[in-house]
Design a protein around this ligand. Sequence first.
Ligand SMILES: O=P(O)(O)OC[C@H]1O[C@@H](O)[C@H](O)[C@@H](O)[C@@H]1O
Length: 245
Amino acid sequence: MSSIRARLRPRPMPLNIFPDMEGLPRIILTEATGSSAEVLLYGGQVVSWKNERKEELLFMSSKANWKQSKANRGGISVCFPQFGNLGSLEQHGSARNRLWSLDRDPSPLPPSDNQSSVDLIIKSTGVDLKNRPCSFEFRLRISLSAGKLILIPRVRNTDNKTLSFTLSISNYLSVSDISEVRVEGLETLDYLDNLLNRSRFTEQADAITFDGQMDRLYLRTPTKIAVIDHEKKRTFVLQKNAMPD
Ligand SMILES: O=P(O)(O)OC[C@H]1O[C@@H](O)[C@H](O)[C@@H](O)[C@@H]1O
């Protein structure tokens, strides 16, 4: 009986991995409604997310060049073990400049179906240990489903010392003219204005609109914010869990 059950269990489809134009491994995730996402092992960066109408939902800088071995602005990137310049490490940490590996043992998460999700891993290197003497494993699951892209970062301290780090998931969304965009969910929050030497202010507006460059770090953000693009008639809902700041 057990052998019949084993034979009937659907075998996971292999991952779609292709070398891109620069020869770097690129994983393509797909799901039943036709949406797709592309992930580079370099940086563990999501570089494309298309909806079922094949419209690109993420911004990617036209200057992006992965051959230079430096982080490229765009998509969705992971900042670890340091967010921004809040520490002595390079801006936004080293994870976005590392070549990640496929994680074949992503326990305790349920196994992925390999077509619509991928598990990646990096482990601390000598350089990390020089700057932060505590070894770690950093896992990232990227899952695509209809209308949704979920990133689950997990950090494991593999040492017997305390591991301190900061972590962020940076989303670069594709929007129409910035004057057509409104952000809801940040009203009444305090923020640090990076264009004014991180001075602290309290948001007074009902919603955030843009009439010029803005570079702010909002504090104690809620679990959900909405980015509404009037021209494209599209709303992104950004949701976070268990990531207090
Ligand atoms: O340009 P980078 O290094 O990818 O960082 C992205 C952004 O990260 C934010 O934390 C900074 O406030 C911005 O100034 C910066 O542009």
